[in-house]
Write a protein that binds this ligand. Structure first.
Ligand code: 5GP
Length: 116
């Protein structure tokens, strides 16, 4: 699997504005924010490129940790009550650019629906 920019961020080879980190997950500000709060939450493992690579038998605890992290950060950043959107793009039509699984945590403004 091709190396992504996120692998370099995990190894701290390139800088990122990290807001939360555990042994398994890393959360950092998106370099091109689409909302006042735009955080990327990623697993540190590099073997999940897209949602299609998820195997619930293997990854269920990790996915739980990713969502726990999103909810914790939303609380820490004061958008838990106002609401937020969690987005996972999968593949070209969804606009996925980085093939390393990531949750977008977006908030701090009113979101539109349907998304573009
Ligand atoms: P995707 O389109 O794959 O769902 O989202 C990838 C996201 O990663 C984009 O929102 C993009 O702005 C962000 N991104 C790409 N390269 C970097 C980087 O080097 N640093 C940070 N912090 N975000 C990045």
């Amino acid at each position: 699997m091709a190396e992504t920019i996120f692998a370099k961020i995990i190894r701290k080879e390139i800088p990122a504005d990290i807001v939360y980190e555990t042994d398994n997950v890393l959360a950092f500000k998106d370099i091109n924010p689409q909302a006042p709060v735009h955080i990327l939450i990623i697993p540190k493992t590099t073997d999940i490129a897209t949602t299609k690579d998820i195997d619930s038998k293997i990854h269920a605890p990790l996915l739980g940790e990713l969502f726990d992290t999103a909810n914790k950060i939303a609380k820490d950043l004061g958008i838990s009550e106002s609401g937020y959107r969690i987005v996972i793009n999968c593949g070209p039509d969804a606009g996925q650019e980085v093939y390393h699984l990531h949750l977008h945590l977006l908030g701090g403004r009113k979101m539109n629906w349907p998304p573009g």
